[in-house]
Design a protein. Structure first.
Length: 137
């Protein structure tokens, strides 16, 4: 191929998608620093292979929805579809399984988890993060 030639691309390979981000990059940065997804995977593990949306992902989706949308309890699939799936911590394949039933199952598992240890562990990390920031001032 001549270096001046532009490789031909099919128009099927090129598509313009419009996806919102909103405040999710800031929210995700904060949640990543807290280590929330790893903590949820530890306390609310998905052991059943039939589950298509892991419980930790479903709970992360619900939390982000509460922070972003006003009426976020129902219609999770519709809420996520307007945004970039990665902003919710999901792959495009997982978005298809982000229904109300999947979120309900994740909430059931969270209810069965040791929530006191889960909350206290994050509380101490958050306190440490904030104290360190104040010390640097």
């Amino acid at each position: 191929m001549n270096p001046c030639q532009v490789p031909s691309l099919s128009t099927d390979a090129l598509a313009l998608r419009r996806e919102r981000l909103g405040p999710l990059p800031v929210i995700n940065r904060f949640l990543d620093r807290l280590g929330l997804e790893a903590l949820l995977e530890q306390f609310v593990p998905t052991t059943d292979r039939r589950i298509r949306l892991p419980f930790a992902k479903g709970l992360g989706l619900l939390l982000r929805s509460f922070l972003v949308e006003r009426e976020a309890v129902y219609r999770q699939h519709e809420t996520v579809s307007g945004f970039a799936p990665e902003a919710y911590g999901l792959t495009p394949e997982l978005v298809e399984h982000a229904g109300d039933d999947a979120i309900g199952r994740a909430l059931d598992r969270l209810f069965d988890a040791d929530r006191a240890v889960l909350v206290l562990g994050r509380q101490s990390k958050l306190t440490h993060m904030c104290r360190r920031k104040v010390d640097h001032l």
